[in-house]
Design a protein around this ligand. Structure first.
Ligand code: SF4
Ligand code: SF4
Length: 737
């Protein structure tokens, strides 16, 4: 029906609404003019922001594989699959987000209907049953969004969880959204009141689908003045909100989409990238940027990620360093780096300084607070006091165990660990800013290629005693058993490796070891920031293999190891240096052997076991089921600690931290990470505390020897999964001669 007829009929029971009922004829055009200004302010804000992202360098591959990236956007931005993992926060965020999305779609359709379709054709397409359903959905989602805002405010201002800090921008955003929603309902109510007055209550029953507005309409009655007031306030607040998005916390609606769309699509375990052609360029005497110390070192993707951080605190809640009272909070780390970027951006915008931090020609010496240095040590090296904000303290960087709990928790895919590693590179290689223990570790690695500086000739001692074949004894091996430094020199790890070798023999696996030729994989070296030595180790290993007549790419070979750190490094990082092997953790191989019947386990022992997930198995490689399946197959009743699988709590050894001193001051709330974790796992009360990582084993061993656990450990024992399985393996009778 043409709109004029609807309007003329006045009392018809036709479900539709009037956008500008009773307004001055030019109201529509005034709104259009304001909307043009709003769009201009919005676009300018984003243009500026994008220029600020572009202060970073090129981000290789950040926009490749667009189909896969669109899928990520769908999962994590639209469906909010990571946000919802925390039930309370996830629920209210989902209500607000989806409330807003539906209202946005509703508004867009209304504008299309009223300001385009009606102007062009004289008709409206939102009427009849469509109008009824449309109105109902808008009211429903608007109401749910208000519930979401109330829940968010309750958490932020009443329950006040520890990890959540409050800034005025948080309250402003929540109140802004609330104001839009509330004035939207008030406008709707007043409009329905006016329509009721014009058509009579009995003729507007269809408006009951706007169940909130209908009730308000009855309350307000026929008051065109009230409607105009609410309408004007609602439209102006909504337009102001849109204009201010790029300048306020509301920008996270879009910056988070950018962060999710551009995050690394590589396997989770491959989060550290090599410095391109580092060795070659260094050999040629070229200047190589070793780590991050200036804004230009960051990529635009990393800057975009900083901007996407909403300070939700989920990373901090999971961080073992933060939760044991250390200097590091991943949230604050991201915020400090972001402050630095913003200070540099402001400085550049004001043309006070060049990006390098030097005052621009003719500009005043003053540099905005925090704008000059990224690393505190950089300021010190320049003989200056670092600014209060916008620098990262080296203590913060050294505290990180690389456990990846922060990245696993972050709903917007911010990648903390690569950023921390890049800054550590600067500390380790450029500024020599590392603890004495770290320097000793580097020295031992450089001289003897193992963390303790042990005689490399002893690396294969126990393996030789046990008669394990080397690659020269058995060149047709299927599995290269990579023993690793812990497996070579640490008594507890040797026990586990021996047990594993026993199982391999029993299962008839065709394997060999590298023997004295084996090197440290270099994982700790790399994660402590010494990329140069890491790459030197690999180069040395390759040339040793070549000299010995082995294929240095190990193409087509399989590798198995007990150490999750070595496993991750060999599997995900060595291929960057030409290795073409296939790498397995021993729990994967044993699980295959049990399932294929090559290993028989006794089962039915009725004992209990609690398994501690290593970060490098669970979060880095999603290996959580295999160890549990093996325990169950061996007849153990598996008990679980509260923090497990992808939410496991680190033992404190990762990221090279195992070689550093851990500052503790329990009286002031600073604890050892391994003690906190051991207390939790021992507290489960299982007879066997099972690890599948030599580093976790070592950290637990130390923690379980404390007097506070003495009693509990009388009835519990710490054991590696390989040992437990070897104990429970059915050993075949030797064939009679
Ligand atoms: S990797 Fe672990 S220790 Fe490092 S910041 Fe993230 S949560 Fe904290
Ligand atoms: S980094 Fe991610 S998890 Fe941490 S506060 Fe920012 S948005 Fe939240």
């Amino acid at each position: 029906m043409p709109t004029e007829e609807i309007v003329k009929s006045g009392v018809e029971r036709l479900p539709m609404w009037e956008m500008y009922p009773g307004f001055w004829a030019y109201t529509r055009w005034i709104i259009y003019a304001i909307a043009v200004v709003v769009v201009a302010v919005f676009v300018y804000g984003w243009w500026q922001r994008i220029q600020a992202y572009r202060l970073g360098r090129k981000a290789e591959g950040a926009l490749d594989a667009k189909g896969a990236r669109a899928g990520e956007l769908l999962r994590y931005w639209i469906a909010q699959l990571k946000v919802i993992k925390e039930t309370y926060q996830g629920t209210f965020h989902l209500l607000i987000f989806w409330g807003f999305v539906v209202l946005f779609i509703g508004t867009a359709l209304t504008v299309l209907d009223e300001d385009f379709w009606r102007l062009l054709t004289g008709n409206k397409f939102i009427h009849g049953n469509f109008y009824v359903i449309f109105s109902f959905l808008l009211d429903l989602f608007g109401l749910l969004a208000i519930v979401g805002i109330v829940l968010a405010m309750f958490r932020r201002y009443v329950t006040k969880p520890k990890g959540l800090d409050n800034k005025s921008e948080d309250a402003t955003l929540l109140l802004f959204i609330l104001a839009i929603l509330v004035t939207g309902f008030l406008t709707e109510g007043a409009r329905i009141g006016v329509v009721m007055g014009a058509k009579g209550l009995n003729n507007v029953g269809y408006e009951a689908s706007s169940f909130v507005g209908f009730g308000l309409g009855k309350l307000f009655g026929d008051s065109p003045a009230l409607h105009k007031l609410f309408w004007t306030v609602h439209i102006l607040i909504s337009l102001a909100f849109v204009a201010l998005i790029p300048y306020t916390k509301a920008l996270h609606i879009f910056s988070t989409a950018g962060s999710i769309f551009t995050h690394s699509l590589k396997p989770k375990g491959k989060i550290i990238e090599p410095i391109p052609d580092m060795m070659e360029r260094m050999e040629k005497g070229e200047e190589v940027e070793l780590g991050y110390k200036r804004l230009e070192n960051l990529t635009w993707r990393e800057i975009l990620q900083l901007d996407a951080c909403t300070r939700c605190g989920r990373c901090q809640d999971q961080c073992p360093a933060y939760n044991t009272g250390k200097h590091l909070s991943p949230k604050e780390f991201i915020q400090a780096t972001k402050n630095y970027w913003q200070a540099k951006w402001a400085a550049k915008r004001d043309a006070q300084v060049e990006l390098s931090g030097k005052p621009a020609e003719g500009a005043a010496e003053a540099v905005p607070e925090g704008g000059k240095f990224l690393l505190k040590v950089e300021a010190a090296m320049n003989g200056e006091e670092p600014a209060v904000v916008g620098y990262v303290d080296s203590k913060v960087l050294w505290d990180c165990t690389n456990c990846m709990a922060c990245m696993n928790a972050c709903p917007v895919m911010i990648e903390h660990v690569p950023l921390i590693t890049a800054m550590r590179r600067e500390l380790a290689m450029e500024f020599d800013d590392s603890e004495a223990a770290c320097k000793t570790f580097f020295k031992n690695m450089d001289t003897n290629c193992n963390p303790w500086g042990m005689n490399p000739g002893d690396r294969a001692k126990w393996a030789a005693e046990d008669g394990l074949p080397t690659v020269f004894d058995n060149p047709e091996y299927e599995y290269l058993f990579f023993i690793g430094c812990m497996g070579a020199f640490d008594a507890k790890a040797i026990k586990a490796n021996r047990a594993f070798a026993k199982i391999l023999k029993e299962a008839g696996v065709n394997f060999a070891i590298l023997g004295e030729m084996e090197f440290c994989c270099g994982d700790s070296m790399r994660r402590l920031g010494n990329e140069a030595s890491f790459q030197a180790i690999i180069a040395m290993f390759k040339s040793t293999c070549t000299d010995a007549g082995l294929d240095p790419t190990f193409k087509g070979k399989k590798v198995v190891t007990l150490c999750p750190h070595g496993y991750n490094c060999l599997k995900h990082e060595y291929p960057d240096f030409g290795f073409e092997w296939q790498v397995f953790h021993y729990t994967e191989l044993l699980n295959q052997l049990v399932k294929s019947g090559k290993i028989k386990l006794k089962g039915g022992n009725g004992k209990t076991a609690v398994y501690h997930d290593s970060c490098f198995l669970s979060r880095y490689n999603d290996l959580t089921a295999e160890p549990r399946e093996l325990l169950a197959a061996a007849g153990y009743r598996v008990m679980e600690p509260e923090r497990r699988e992808l939410k496991t709590f680190c033992c404190g050894a990762g990221g090279g931290r195992v070689w550093l001193e851990e500052h503790i001051d329990e009286a002031n709330g600073i604890y050892r990470i391994n003690n906190v974790r051991a207390d939790e796992v021992v507290g489960v009360g299982a007879q066997n505390i099972v690890t599948a990582c030599p580093f976790c084993g070592m950290m637990f061993d130390e923690a379980c020897k404390r007097s506070s656990l003495e009693k509990a450990m009388e009835s519990q024992r710490l054991v590696d999964l390989a040992e437990l399985l070897a104990e429970n393996m059915v050993v075949k009778e030797p064939k009679a001669e």
